[in-house]
Design a protein around this ligand. Structure first.
Ligand code: 5MM
Length: 341
């Protein structure tokens, strides 16, 4: 493992004012997203949509440091024959690859999931590296509900994340470590804090046991927010304060950066929370975004599968990328959203 090389990639992923586009929806997830905008999912429509994003010059060259791709996408070519990976590199961003194979039921733990994909991962990683991938992603899914999460689910998922991270670093690929505590339930912020704390503590313990160099990873956590079915939404300042308190207690300073998932927050909430945290300053790691829905909901709505809407969709994507870039610098203002509306 060349730690300097891994560290340089990790630092580039969280460079000031830049963040990650999570465009790695699996075929099932992108089908759902396309259904919502009346688009039939096929290899071609998935390619056309991802090409639209990657050809958004302003977003890709100024605000996006890297793009997480799904296995199908990383091998695809644009309509004119240019490999999609080449579009990313031409814009000055880094190609990344989701290497997990999705979450399956965890035996003995009803309602809980374990992320799959460790078998043959050591053989798959060099192929992605040779094709240009310089970072990877693995997402563990932790649900909060009646009697869950169990210790078993937290520990087993943390172990898998650490095994994945060690394999990535051995293959010269920076692992994005994503233990996602879902915001689907009716729980309050304190419960989110408690569960996320357990997940992060356990994940860093396992990373230590698997001898993962923290200077060569990027952490992708959820923020501390109440479940979607909880009665009230907390003020932005409270989400920022609790999330920072949690991260300071759990994430070693050796980690170059933290790139949040949006997790079902509205576009503006995800931006406002990131901005509020960065305004606090004095943090040992960079804080940026690795958003899927909070970067793509607007361009998907604008596109709706029609070629005549491509330019409008690209403007919508560039706008969200710029707003989140400002938030990563602690320089976002709600007025900027209104002016664009
Ligand atoms: C883009 O969605 C990613 C892939 O999801 P599936 O494997 O379930 O299809 C997802 O992992 C995403 O990268 C993260 O959850 C962050 O996305 P959000 O939308 O939460 O910002």
């Amino acid at each position: 493992m060349n730690l300097a090389e891994l560290n340089a990639v990790a630092e580039a992923m969280v460079a000031p004012g830049r963040g990650i586009l999570a465009a790695d929806e699996s075929s099932g997830t992108i089908r759902k997203r396309f259904e919502a905008i009346g688009v039939e999912a096929s290899e071609d429509t998935r390619r056309d949509y991802r090409e639209l994003l990657l050809r958004t010059g302003e977003a890709m060259s100024k605000y996006i440091s890297g793009v997480i791709l799904y296995d199908e996408t990383i091998w695809q070519k644009a309509k004119d024959g240019t490999p999609l990976v080449a579009l990313i590199k031409q814009a000055g961003a880094l190609p990344g690859i989701k290497v997990d194979e999705g979450a399956k039921p965890l035996p003995g733990c009803p309602g809980e999931l374990i992320t799959m994909g460790l078998d043959r991962l050591a053989e798959r990683l060099p192929k992605y590296y040779d094709h240009g991938a310089r970072f990877a992603k693995w997402r563990a899914v932790i649900d909060i509900g009646e009697g869950i999460p169990s210790d078993t689910a937290i520990r087993t998922n943390a172990h898998a994340l650490a095994r994945y991270a060690a394999l990535c670093q051995a293959a010269r690929i920076v692992p994005i470590v994503e233990p996602e505590v879902l915001m689907d339930g009716g729980h309050d912020m304190a419960r989110c804090y408690e569960v996320t704390q357990f997940a992060l503590k356990q994940t860093f313990h396992e990373l230590y046991l698997q001898r993962v160099a923290l200077e060569g990873i990027v952490l992708k956590p959820n923020m501390v927010v109440a479940g979607k079915k909880f009665s009230t939404r907390a003020p932005v300042a409270q989400v920022a304060e609790m999330t920072l308190r949690l991260l300071k207690a759990c994430v070693p300073a050796a980690v170059p950066g933290i790139a949040f998932l949006s997790g079902g927050q509205s576009d503006e909430e995800a931006t406002a929370h990131l901005d509020a945290m960065n305004r606090c300053g004095g943090l040992p790691w960079k804080l940026t975004f690795s958003y899927g829905r909070a970067l793509q909901a607007a361009p998907q709505q604008a596109w709706r599968g029609r070629s005549e809407n491509v330019a409008t969709a690209q403007r919508a994507f560039a706008h969200r990328a710029r707003m989140n870039s400002l938030a990563a610098l602690g320089q976002w203002k709600m007025d900027l959203e209104k002016k664009a509306a």
